[in-house]
Design a protein. Structure first.
Length: 607
């Protein structure tokens, strides 16, 4: 049963059809990228890749050997059913020895054509099997790709809790004085980038990006108008009308900034800078400069006709440093609320909307009468007024007491703030390269540079507030993502985590080529194993060297025919073999020799 030619023929074609089905299924899989669903970890890449290649190599070796066994056995037996010359049978059988033998047999057809088409088919079949041995091990590869998964991660909000923080900040001058030195730190500053502060991830879940809240301080400055400045009513806190006045520190130092805030404009995010360095705009124009001794600096106008009409002041400039003029600049604190893209692993800012171009030309500074909705903006001027003094002065910032119950309208000197160059002023000066003890920097500093310096310093202050610890001392590790501060606000953010993994990938070129080759193999198998007759069970299923010896012994006429050849070259032997045909069959006499199924027939030289 297992030696049945029909069974061998069915198995041979079945294996070829199944091979075609496998590669057609792989083609559909590759077209829809279904294989990408199979993934492996990065640490498994090398192991899986080597094992996958070995498995594919073993698969094609075993499968092709099985194909070759059945197609060779069936095709040779079917070839013996054909009434062909002995040379044709020899060439066809020899061709199955390998690709080299097939090519050599095909070459022999040039001298003595015996079985050109069938030998060509064998050569093509063996070549296709060789191609399968090359393409199959590289059919699958591992492709590195990144997949994004969304997870929730705890964050530290960019802004501290202002209610809890302010009392501690205002009572800790030793910590406030450290603000200028933060500019010189070279360590990482998670949550700070220039004039922008943003939420900080408390943990790094891996590789990826996160979208967090960000606040950009977009400081805008302008020149303060002269003696006719009229500041409108900005608010009423019950006792004090929202007016104020400012005097100039005495004596002012060169290349120095003096800020004033607090109650100058209550409920507003605005400060006034007095500078002994004259800033220009981008066109080189210098504004808001007042010289000694005749020019009044500011006029604080009463809230109504019955209030104080105003007061004129002249700056008590110092002759020690040959200072003859000062510049008064008003600044406000617009903010940009936006989202920032940060790197999950490093915490660095990747993408954010940059603030608009800083002021290119001088414009009048007009205090905003609207009350800021954000408490942290309302407290911004207080950072300047509460900061400890670094450069001495004796100017004052005083509110105006209105009419009613308290006598005539007057300045409320009991609630004045001393006007000095504070630690924050010093930080701004460091940012600009200004110092009272060294020459002014070159080239000329511009108004835009001043706005940038104030914005960057403001961002630094709020960023530092989030790292202010309960002991009132500067924390040792400002680069920590989880600062030990009681003034933090915590939240959560959706993190898009980037996971690097390997996925299974079908190589298109190898897949297409292999699919075409399997179709060719099926076609050749059908041609080579189909003789047009029915293969009979026989003990002879090959015509090799041993079968040739046996055949010559059983047929003395063949031995005598070959003995006549004086020069047994390959060509001469093949020519002589063209005169004898061999065919698988059975004779009616039934003796032992004829029952083997080999029938020989002698051709004439003319045939």
């Amino acid at each position: 049963m297992f030696n049945s030619p029909k069974l061998h023929y069915s198995v041979c074609l079945g294996l070829h059809v199944f091979l075609v089905f496998i590669y057609l299924a792989l083609s559909v899989t590759g077209a829809q990228k279904l294989e990408h669903r199979i993934t492996f970890g990065v640490d498994e890449g090398n192991t899986v890749s080597s094992r996958l290649s070995s498995i594919l190599q073993a698969y094609i070796t075993v499968y092709s050997a099985t194909l070759l066994f059945f197609v060779q056995r069936v095709s040779i037996r079917q070839n013996l059913l054909r009434h062909e010359p002995l040379t044709a049978t020899h060439d066809f059988t020899t061709a199955w020895s390998g690709v080299g033998s097939a090519v050599f047999s095909l070459y022999n057809q040039l001298s003595v054509p015996a079985s050109s088409w069938r030998v060509s088919g064998v050569a093509a079949y063996l070549t296709c099997l060789s191609i399968m041995h090359i393409t199959t091990p590289t059919l699958f590869t591992l492709q590195l790709f990144s997949s994004n998964t969304s997870i929730m991660v705890n964050t530290t909000l960019a802004l501290p809790n202002v209610f809890n923080f302010w009392s501690a900040y205002s009572n800790e001058p030793q910590t406030q004085s450290e603000v200028p030195f933060l500019l010189r730190l070279q360590s990482s500053r998670p949550g700070l980038n220039g004039s922008t502060i943003f939420d900080v991830l408390q943990a790094s879940p891996g590789v990826g990006t996160a979208i967090v809240n960000a606040i950009t301080f977009d400081v805008t400055c302008g020149f303060v108008q002269g003696s006719l400045s009229n500041y409108t009513l900005l608010g009423d806190d019950g006792l004090y009308k929202g007016r104020g006045m400012v005097t100039i520190p005495n004596p002012p130092a060169p290349n120095t900034l003096y800020s004033s805030g607090g109650r100058l404009w209550p409920h507003n995010s605005q400060i006034v800078l007095t500078s002994t360095y004259n800033f220009s705009d981008s066109q080189g124009v210098v504004e808001s400069v007042y010289s000694m001794p005749s020019t009044p600096v500011m006029q604080a106008v009463g809230p109504d006709p019955n209030a104080l009409a105003g007061a004129l002041f002249t700056p008590p400039l110092s002759t020690n440093y040959s200072i003859s003029s000062i510049q008064i600049i008003g600044c406000s604190l617009p903010v940009i609320y936006q989202h920032a893209v940060v790197d999950v692993q490093s915490g660095d800012l990747l993408q954010i909307l940059e603030p608009k171009n800083r002021t290119s030309g001088w414009t009048p500074f007009v205090p905003d009468a609207a009350q800021p909705e954000d408490l942290f903006r309302h407290e911004w001027p207080a950072f300047f007024s509460q900061s400890p003094q670094i450069v001495n002065g004796n100017g004052y910032l005083c509110p105006i007491r209105p009419l009613g119950g308290f006598g005539s309208p007057r300045f409320d000197y009991s609630n004045c703030s001393t006007l000095n160059s504070s630690a924050i002023d010093t930080a701004i000066m460091q940012n600009l390269g200004l110092s009272p003890w060294i020459p002014a920097p070159k080239p000329q500093l511009t108004l835009g540079m001043l706005e940038n310096a104030i914005a960057n310093t403001t961002a630094l202050i709020y960023w530092f507030c989030a790292r202010y610890n309960a002991t009132g001392r500067l924390p040792l590790d400002l680069s920590s993502r989880q600062p030990n501060s009681p003034y933090l606000n915590l939240s959560e953010v959706n993190v898009y985590q980037e996971n690097l993994t390997f996925r299974l990938n079908l190589n298109t070129f190898q897949l297409v080529l292999s699919t075409l080759v399997t179709l060719v193999l099926l076609f050749l198998a059908v041609i080579l194993t189909n003789s047009g007759g029915t293969a009979e069970a026989s003990q002879v299923d090959n015509v090799g060297f041993l079968q040739s010896l046996w055949l010559s012994h059983q047929h003395p006429d063949i031995k005598a025919l070959m003995a006549k050849i004086q020069n047994p070259s390959n060509t001469e032997l093949r020519k002589q073999g063209m005169t004898t045909a061999v065919k698988l069959g059975a004779q009616a006499s039934g003796d032992s020799m004829e029952s083997t199924g080999l029938i020989l027939q002698q051709f004439s030289n003319d045939s």
